[in-house]
Design a protein around this ligand. Structure first.
Ligand code: ADP
Ligand code: ZN
Length: 741
């Protein structure tokens, strides 16, 4: 650091030198020490550029301390990067995540680190091109031309235009404008940057709430006003108006001059939500997901720190934004599995939202028609507040739901839609209404085999079948993305014309729909839809606008959307998720069935749902058909309690993986030998993980089950500290609260 004014004593000259403990975005727990150069004003939480080996890297000042003896050997901080600092509550939150998930602190910090590409010290403001306004200054032009006349006309009556727009507006070249500026006829004014989103107005347009809605909304608003940490579960049937209700909590946060965060599982697809928000508040929320990039991303990020961004609607990563004054966190569809992050730091965004609420003294609202067992138990035990909306808004009825027993009403050979469902679709079409055929399977067929030799197409990197994607003319692995061409000849026995698609995917169902209902407008919607989120948004809108008769879709269309003309939901195969041996299978299927059947009858006309199944007596299907959700919860909770499963006990998993199967298995066994589990902890395994091979890595799993009172993190740390050294290619991943087990 060069001091150009060496003869002027800097005010910091006598201040004791400081050392910054800088956390780097790498898989390490410990912070690195750097000297703070004299005269550099640094605070805790600042984002800084520091040298690391031969490179420079961004990090965050986690703590500042005085220099001890060894200080002079340290390298120095290069400079501060002008992005929002990590406030105290955000740092505490990230430390907590590292503690809870056992992720290295550096990786937890990385969840929140956002440094623009190529940013050097104090350079990031350069990202914002200045906005220059131009207006008439008074000096008469030395010479008049028609072009100059047009410029002056465009600025008549004290008009100001952006410099970059003026030439275009007046139909002249930029040099004409520059000439007038030089002569002092025009003057340039630096304008403040445009806000990245307009501020929402809490009183823009309030809906008339029903009595039940009003009561719930008032309770939530009171929690927000209270400005203390609280958690409320809002449990309302599909169409009960949960969104309208939590909007009132958002309004209360805005009135208090504070910020709100709304987490959504599929924010990139929810244009309907954005439109509703705008109708209520007169402006859109700031969106935050992977589709928001570049300068917009930087401005929204900075806006949450300076408070100019008041409401963020985002994916789980929005939890790590540098909010200045967060009063409310809403977790919409809180039961969704999309909230679990499985790569890197494995965390559940719903649970982390509750923790962030605690550090920020915010009200947390969990909303769902089908709460997770965990949240339901927390509500029943009084750990969370509980608000219930038992009825659809406006006297609308929940759909009537019936099971179709496929053993009695099988579909024709090679078909998947049974005669009763065909008849129901025909009735619906005759009434001019819409039908949704739900099948939670992407692609054409989940399995391709050779009828001659029995060869099955398997992913070379994963223990999974390759899925036939006809539209893409390819066989695709849904776990690693491996793609290969579907051959005409069996690679094993070389027979021709013997390869057969087994089982249905949505694309195959679409073929059947085209044959059975040839004159209807049908659309297939899944995450494979070409064109990405923008196109899917548009298609969802066209369904809502009634431009489609039959929708064939995966869970992508099952959730949250409002299709007013949709009166029939047909579930093509309700058994898919029920028999995979996962203890959460019942809960998952129950939630999915409730969500998808809840798409029916949200408009003027009542709806119905028909569910095709081979096991109509399964408790999940009985609960769905009878509409007795509470009974399902009671049974499922009793079962969990008896088995000591979450939330009555704790679970964690260690996944040991390696490209070498024996290496992975050996290390998993070595870990098991040093488990030293106390009597209230059970270590099960190692066993092959449910997906035994993923992306070329063999996976073995150790499952830890503990009583509720056990310090799981303490036990796991202790155990891992005893782990023997392992070969370089072996990795051990910790998953606290695994979602499938
Ligand atoms: P949920 O989130 O519980 O499924 P929504 O908030 O999406 O329910 O509401 C379902 C439908 O009912 C939406 O079309 C919504 O606009 C409408 N609705 C709910 N409450 C009201 C209200 N108070 N006034 C007008 N429309 C409402
Ligand atoms: Zn694969």
């Amino acid at each position: 650091c060069m001091n150009l004014f060496a003869d002027i004593p800097s005010p910091d000259d006598d201040a004791p030198a400081l050392v910054a403990e800088v956390l780097l975005p790498v898989a390490l727990d410990k912070a690195y020490s750097y000297l703070v150069p004299a005269g550099m004003a640094l605070g805790e939480g600042d984002v800084v550029l520091v040298p690391l080996a031969k490179r420079q890297t961004a990090g965050v000042v986690w703590a500042l301390r005085g220099v001890d003896g060894a200080g002079s050997n340290l390298r120095s901080v290069i400079g501060r990067i002008d992005v929002p600092p990590f406030g105290k509550s955000l740092r505490d939150f990230l430390d907590w995540i590292a503690w809870y998930t056992l992720a290295p602190r550096g990786l937890a910090m990385k969840l929140a680190l956002r440094v623009p590409e190529g940013a050097g010290p104090d350079e990031s403001r350069m990202l914002e091109p200045p906005r220059i306004g131009v207006r008439i200054a008074g000096e008469a032009p030395r010479r008049m031309t028609p072009a100059r006349g047009r410029v002056l006309a465009a600025l008549a009556d004290g008009h100001m235009l952006l410099k970059r727009d003026l030439a275009h507006e007046a139909g002249v070249s930029a040099s004409v404008v520059d000439g007038l500026l030089d002569e002092g006829t025009l003057e340039a004014v630096a304008l403040p940057p445009m806000p990245v989103v307009l501020p929402p107005d809490p009183d823009f347009s309030r809906a008339g709430l029903s009595e039940a809605q009003h009561e719930a909304a008032a309770a939530l608003a009171a929690q927000v006003r209270d400005a203390r940490f609280s958690v409320t579960l809002v449990e309302g049937v599909t169409g009960s108006g949960k969104t309208e209700v939590y909007f009132e909590a958002v309004a209360e946060a805005l009135r208090a001059g504070k910020q709100a965060l709304i987490l959504m599982p599929e924010i990139a697809l929810t244009s309907q939500f954005l439109a509703r928000f705008e109708a209520r508040f007169g402006a859109r929320p700031a969106e935050w997901h992977s589709g928001i990039t570049g300068r917009k991303r930087a401005r929204i990020h900075a806006g949450t720190a300076d408070g100019s961004v008041r409401v963020v609607a985002g994916a789980r990563s929005a939890l790590f934004m540098p909010f200045r004054d967060l009063a409310l966190i809403v977790v919409d569809e809180e039961h969704e599995t999309a909230y679990k992050q499985d790569d890197g730091v494995t965390y559940h965004a719903r649970d982390m939202a509750v923790v962030r609420g605690r550090f920020d003294d915010a009200a947390v609202v969990l909303a769902s028609a089908t709460p997770s067992i965990e949240s339901k138990v927390n509500a029943i035990k009084g750990r969370y507040r509980h608000l219930v909306l038992p009825e659809r808004f406006g006297g609308r009825q929940l759909p009537s739901i019936k099971a179709i027993d496929l053993r009695r009403h099988p579909a024709e050979r090679g078909r998947w839609i049974s005669p009763p469902l065909v008849a129901a679709v025909n009735d619906t079409m005759a009434a001019g209404e819409q039908a949704l055929l739900f099948l939670n399977r992407r692609g054409y067929a989940p399995l391709t085999l050779c009828r001659h030799c029995g060869h099955r197409f398997q992913c070379p990197n994963c223990s999974a079948w390759l899925v036939d994607h006809r539209f893409r003319r390819a066989l695709v692995c849904h776990h690693c993305g491996h793609v290969e061409r579907r051959p005409d000849i069996c690679p094993s026995c070389h027979a021709t014309d013997t390869l057969a698609a087994c089982g249905p995917g949505v694309e195959r169902l679409a073929e059947e729909v085209a044959e059975v209902f040839p004159d209807k407008r049908a659309i297939v919607l899944s995450s494979d839809f070409p064109g990405g989120a923008e196109r899917i948004r548009a298609e969802l809108q066209s369904i809502a606008d009634g431009e489609v008769d039959i929708v064939i879709g995966t869970q992508l269309v099952a959730k949250g959307h409002n299709f007013p003309g949709l009166t029939l939901v047909g579930v093509v195969d309700a058994d898919i998720g029920l028999s995979n041996g996962d203890p959460r299978a019942a809960e998952r299927t129950f939630q999915l069935m409730q969500q998808v059947t809840g798409r029916a009858g949200r408009g003027e006309k009542p709806g119905r749902a028909l569910i095709q199944t081979m096991q109509p007596d399964h408790p999940v299907l009985r609960a769905i058909v009878s509409g007795d959700a509470q009974r399902f919860y009671a049974e499922e909770i009793a079962m969990r309690e008896e088995a000591g499963l979450p939330p009555f006990g704790k679970l964690a998993a260690l996944i040991v993986s390696s490209p070498d199967r024996a290496e992975a298995e050996n290390h998993a066994r070595a870990l098991a030998r040093v488990a030293q589990a106390p009597s209230n902890v059970a270590v099960l395994g190692p066993a092959e993980a449910p997906l035994a091979l993923v992306r070329g890595r063999y996976r073995f799993r150790l499952l830890v089950r503990a009583e509720r009172g056990v310090d799981m993190q303490g036990y796991l740390r202790d155990w891992l500290s005893r782990a023997p050294k392992h070969p370089a290619k072996v990795r051990v991943a910790v998953d606290v609260d695994p979602q499938s087990f």
